[in-house]
Design a protein around this ligand. Structure first.
Ligand code: NA7
Length: 552
């Protein structure tokens, strides 16, 4: 039997992406002992794993940067509007070096299970390296899009050629020159990688289940006016982002899309299309998120753009998203995506009409009634298949660890009908377990960096408060949790968001309960609610002292 070495710390943090790194910094600043457990062999999280060609940020990188180290704001200059994955990874590594973070990170260490010990009032975390960690506080900094979705396609294991997953791409890259390549999936990862794969491959076939809205990134140097606003007063720029709707400085509109003339609307949409920023696409009118009729105006504008770019009218129609409203699935930013379908070596297969029958040893079989009256199977041979099929979003990485709380209850069971949290931060029955950007927080509907920093600061202040007041455990009350879930759903129901089969709803993973996962009220509103919760003495949380006395 292997020896289990146990280390004991105040705080165990799982994940060394941007959330875990900053949480470590804050724990050190608070004078607490902390260790980070990380599966990979270096920092970076999402930006460590997603190395597929064309991987970039879809929020301007000036906005997608840490604000907690004023020196960093001067030391690190982004080279483009939307930095590439290697540049963002270098940024994470630069921060890790500058703050000497790696000494408290255990790399190549996967957390397998965690148990709360009610007597000791501590968590015990088991890892695959044979080392256990015990800690009073346990922070899951595991990311919202980090647990790959298992491709639910018949025959996936049969293929004898090269197989790649965008979410765990080989570190030394892949050259598709001279190859026949299939890409399955047209979310952000597919849309970013398809133009580059097409430029290398002999033949590229894209398998599309749902067309997605994408707008051109117009990547290049960072626009002057943005840099001026940011460099003049970085602190004020960041503060504005913290109180905005999605964590990027924007000016909310006060007019409906239906209140202006079609000509004015067209000109406005053209301006935002040329601007190439997701944050500004819903900005021009105040009802694009809530009114189907208004949303239709931007939906039609983008359809027309696709029809202008894609020369074959049939292919253009296949690429036009018609079964969901704009931004009810996460829209994408691209560099030449639609124009890629004008290349002679690129074919689009619409899986709605020609579903995959099976993956075979040599390629992919689809149902294609056009082949012949008798034979309806078309067999396509490939040298490589790229799965860009996404993630078990928001909950996958959390329930991927076998977590057992108070009374021996498993988190998987507690969330069997959908995640229940208070503020997306904690869940009933699991004392002292915090989630950064968990389900029920704005997270994936926001600039992640802003949401991460807000959560880390809140968790840090909470732990400091507990320590200063002799409180051993913190846990939400049933009532607060129930009301939060209800409040979040009520806001979602006012919008068009729940109408789409999106990963926001858990709809991409077969069998996953379909509930709206992120908090849709905006980061500024959410921040206010959290601040009020603190001001009102951690309203909605039960705090238990060493002698068992409870407050709240
Ligand atoms: P996404 O956005 O979840 O995209 C996954 C894509 O794969 C999407 O087009 C899916 O179609 C498709 N998919 C998933 N399963 C299948 C099967 N079984 N058959 C065919 N097609 C399938 O993940 P990404 O990695 O692209 O992007 C995730 C986020 O990362 C993105 O939003 C950015 O924030 C960064 P569907 O739409 O489900 O019909």
């Amino acid at each position: 039997m292997r020896d289990i070495n146990t280390i004991d710390v105040d705080v165990v943090i799982v994940g060394a992406g941007f959330a875990g790194m900053y949480q470590l910094v804050q724990m050190r600043r608070a004078g607490l002992s902390a260790v980070v457990l990380e599966t990979a062999d270096d920092v970076g999280g999402t930006w460590y794993w997603n190395r597929y060609p064309g991987a970039r940020c879809d929020i301007l990188t000036v906005d997608y940067s840490y604000s907690w180290d004023p020196e960093l704001e001067k030391d690190w200059i982004w080279s483009e509007r939307y930095a590439t994955q290697p540049e963002i990874l270098r940024y994470a590594q630069f921060v890790a070096d500058k703050h000497d973070l790696r000494r408290d990170i255990r790399f190549n260490t996967k957390v397998t299970s965690a148990q709360w010990n009610s007597d000791a009032k501590r968590w015990r975390i088991h890892t695959d390296s044979g080392n256990d960690v015990t800690a009073q506080f346990y922070v899951m900094a595991t990311g919202c899009l980090s647990m790959p979705k298992v491709p639910d396609i018949e025959g996936t294991d049969r293929f004898n050629g090269e197989v790649y997953f965008t979410n765990s791409w080989p570190h030394d890259g892949v050259d598709f020159s001279g190859k026949r390549v299939a890409v399955i999936g047209t979310g952000s990862s597919g849309i970013q990688s398809i133009p580059i794969i097409a430029s290398q491959a002999d033949q590229l076939t894209v398998f599309q289940r749902t067309p997605n809205f994408s707008v051109p990134a117009h990547n290049g140097p960072i626009a002057d006016e943005r840099l001026v606003a940011y460099r003049q007063d970085p602190a004020a720029y960041r503060e504005e982002a913290r109180h905005s709707g999605i964590g990027v400085p924007t000016t909310p509109a006060d007019v409906s899309a239906l209140e202006v003339s079609p000509q004015e609307r067209e000109a406005t949409y053209e301006e935002v299309w040329q601007r190439g920023e997701l944050a500004h696409l819903l900005e021009p009118y105040n009802d694009l998120r809530i009114s189907a009729e208004s949303n239709d105006t931007i939906r039609c504008f983008i359809h027309n753009k696709i029809r202008e770019i894609v020369k074959d009218p049939e292919v253009a129609e296949l690429l036009c998203p018609t079964n969901h409203y704009f931004a009810t699935k996460r829209p994408c930013l691209d560099s030449g995506y639609y124009a890629t379908y004008n290349l002679p070596q690129v074919r689009l297969v619409d899986l709605q009409k020609q579903p995959i029958e099976t993956i075979t040893e040599s390629g992919i079989n689809i149902v294609n009634p056009a082949i012949s009256a008798k034979e309806k199977t078309e067999s396509m041979a490939f040298d490589a298949i790229v799965f860009a099929t996404g993630f078990d979003a928001m909950t996958g990485a959390i329930v991927g660890v076998d977590i057992t709380g108070r009374n021996g209850e498993s988190l998987r069971d507690a969330w069997a009908h959908g995640p229940q949290t208070y503020l997306g931060l904690m869940t009933v029955g699991f004392p002292n377990l915090f989630m950064i950007t968990g389900p029920g927080s704005p997270s994936v509907l926001s600039n992640m960096m802003v949401s991460i920093e807000q959560h880390v600061d809140l968790i840090t202040d909470t732990i400091k408060h507990l320590r200063a007041n002799g409180v051993d455990t913190i846990e939400p009350t049933e009532l607060a949790q129930r009301r939060w879930v209800q409040h979040s759903n009520e806001i979602a129901d006012l919008t068009l968001l729940p109408t789409a089969n999106s990963w926001y709803m858990g709809a991409n993973v077969p069998g996953k309960p379909q509930v709206f996962l992120p908090y849709p009220g905006g980061v500024g509103e959410y921040r206010k609610i959290c601040e009020e919760m603190v001001t009102r003495g951690y309203l909605g949380f039960a705090l238990t002292g060493a002698d068992g006395t409870q407050s709240n």
